[in-house]
Design a protein around this ligand. Structure first.
Ligand SMILES: O=P(O)(O)OC[C@H]1O[C@H](O)[C@H](O)[C@@H](O)[C@@H]1O
Length: 444
């Protein structure tokens, strides 16, 4: 169960209702595929359209990986890894990779190809050298530089360990149905491949094989995850904003943006939700940050960041709004033990648990930031389980599509990302980029 509490958002019910017609129009653009970027809205129905057969294949491949690997390396960047990482970290043991095999029962999960650091890859190889591992290389375009470099290197390591032919049986590729270098390579080498549907963009792909395979390998029930998404699809189908919390969230952030709140900070009080913030940043940042507009999405982990960013949020430039993920039941808790000497003066907390203290930190912060003129929207999760998390992912995807349409942009493209890539290729002397390279070198 997900609830939206906007009592501290500084937005009134009537203001949200006044968005009724805009939201209705955005709703129809999305559902009738008549809006900007309409060839990338396949994610709306994917959870009900994905075939049983495909899900079974994902599960059986994940079982094979569990049976023959101590570790899985997920190679991908942006939308090709953040959703899986967000889900795995939210729903697994906080120290998943450090658990013993008996405790974990599923492979360790490592991420590569999400940066261009030689040190990172070098260190990862140190870890993998002693382990049996498999690779899931994920790239929608199949041409992204970062994962391609990592794949080249880690494929070599696999070949060194198992020989060329056996290495191929440990490589799983998730990519476009027909084009891109990764697709060509997979066909040539005979890797088991999974398809990212043509009408689903990277940042909306967590509930497709992109996210589902690594999530399944980590032992999370992907059927339940999809059930959560299906439940969200039904619940947030209502075109009437008064009865649809997903659309209310989309409207509130646009109302606040129009009042000058140009940065939205996603807040969590559970360290395991750190990567949910990273995934959410890409989702909203790439969807809305264009045509010289859009809310800048930021994320913080509380109470950790209250000791670093808390000052700015309380007292800095007043262009901020916060969206807080509040988990009512975290499943696990710790009591605070009594100490006879009480030298730290903490005995007053002894009747409480850590979750009680965390809750008071949330309430105290909410009131303080609200008093400091930071509107707060609270997204309340009854518990942090697989079903609810699947629902939450879909909630944000849909809110993002609707919000983008309210803002008047195409929420499904990302033309701005190409600028740095072009420059980087030119500066690296990639064939075909010579002229630009010369111009850029003069500018440096
Ligand atoms: O999946 P890929 O094609 O490798 O893309 C990975 C990521 O990088 C790109 O530059 C895009 O901006 C992202 O939207 C995408 O998720």
């Amino acid at each position: 169960m997900i609830k939206l509490n906007y009592s501290k958002s500084m937005v009134k019910e009537e203001e949200i209702s006044s968005f009724k017609e805009f939201v209705k129009s955005a709703h129809y653009k999305l559902h009738l595929k008549s809006g900007l970027g309409n060839d990338y809205v396949g994610w709306v129905d994917y959870p009900i359209e994905v075939s049983k057969k495909e899900l079974e294949r994902i599960k059986s491949v994940s079982e094979k990986i569990v049976s023959d690997s101590d570790a899985l390396v997920v190679i991908g960047i942006g939308g090709s890894y953040l959703g899986a990482r967000a889900t795995i970290e939210a729903l697994s043991h906080s120290f998943y990779n450090s658990l013993s095999n008996d405790q974990r029962k599923t492979p360790e999960i490592y991420y590569a190809g999400n940066n261009i650091s030689g040190k990172y890859l070098h260190d990862l190889i140190d870890v993998l050298e002693t382990k049996n591992f498999s690779i899931n290389v994920i790239s929608k375009s199949g041409t992204t530089t970062e994962p391609a470099i990592a794949f080249r290197t880690l494929k070599k390591l696999l070949e060194k360990k198992y020989g060329k032919e056996n290495a191929k049986k440990r490589i799983y590729a998730t990519t476009d149905s027909s084009k891109g270098a990764l697709k060509n390579l997979s066909d040539k080498e005979g890797y088991e491949t999974f398809v990212i549907p043509d009408d689903v963009g990277g940042r909306y792909s967590v509930l497709t094989p992109v996210g589902l395979l690594p999530i399944a390998v980590s032992g999370i029930d992907i059927t339940k995850l999809l059930e959560g998404a299906i439940s969200a699809r039904e619940e947030y189908m209502n075109e009437n904003i008064d009865e649809n919390i997903c659309y209310q969230y989309a409207a509130i952030r646009n109302i606040l943006y129009n009042r000058g709140k140009s940065t939205e900070i996603m807040v969590n009080y559970e360290p395991s939700l750190h990567y949910l913030g990273e995934w959410w940043k890409q989702l909203f940042g790439e969807s809305e940050g264009k045509d010289n507009k859009g809310i800048f999405p930021a994320a913080v982990d509380f109470s950790t960041d209250l000791h670093s960013m808390g000052q700015y949020i309380q007292d800095g430039r007043r262009n901020l709004m916060e969206t807080v993920i509040k988990v009512n039941d975290t499943g696990l808790d710790m009591s605070i033990s009594e100490d006879e000497a009480n030298l730290d003066g903490l005995n007053y907390l002894c009747s409480k648990t850590m979750n009680d203290v965390n809750e008071k930190a949330f309430e105290g912060t909410l009131l303080a930031h609200y008093d400091g003129n930071v509107p707060n929207v609270i997204i309340e999760l009854e518990k942090l389980d697989v079903f609810t998390f699947g629902k939450l992912l879909y909630f944000f995807e849909k809110a993002c599509g609707i919000s983008g349409y309210l803002l008047g942009v195409n929420p499904f493209n990302q033309p701005g990302v190409e600028a740095y890539k072009k420059n980087m290729f030119a500066l690296l002397n990639k064939p075909g980029y010579e002229e630009l390279g010369e111009i850029l070198r003069k500018k440096l």
